[in-house]
Design a protein around this ligand. Sequence first.
Ligand code: HEC
Length: 116
Amino acid sequence: MRHKKLFFCFFSLCFYVFAQESKDTSFITTQEYGKKLYENPRNIGCIKCHGKNGESEVIATYKNKNKSKIIKAPKINDMDFEAFKKALSKDKGIMPKYNLTEEEIKAIYLYISSKK
Ligand code: HEC
């Protein structure tokens, strides 16, 4: 009887270790990948200007001839993919140019669109 119990314990332990192991090595989802890229792409993070959820965010305020001016990043969590992609490949304005692959753009798009 004692043997059976021991065997069961051992078996449970093995299973537990195996489960933990496969948890650690599991692949990240596209959404998690998109989150990583959004927060830390190969340049300044999108999050710095567009905010945590891609809502419109104020980047800076300043005064010019006694008038308050605001620089804002637009809302980007409810766009269609083509417009999103196009905005990332143009090289003008305040936003820096990124050299992201189609896969990376898709991942960021998927992530940030889930935040609206
Ligand atoms: C330095 C601040 C800054 C950073 C960093 C930044 N953006 Fe922007 N983004 C802007 C501003 C400002 C605009 C408005 C157009 C312009 O002035 O360039 C914009 C425009 C956009 C647009 C077009 C929105 C529209 O309505 O047409 C998209 C999409 C976008 N950004 C996505 C991103 C993503 C994704 C990243 C990260 C890979 C990123 N941005 C990083 C400031 C920034």
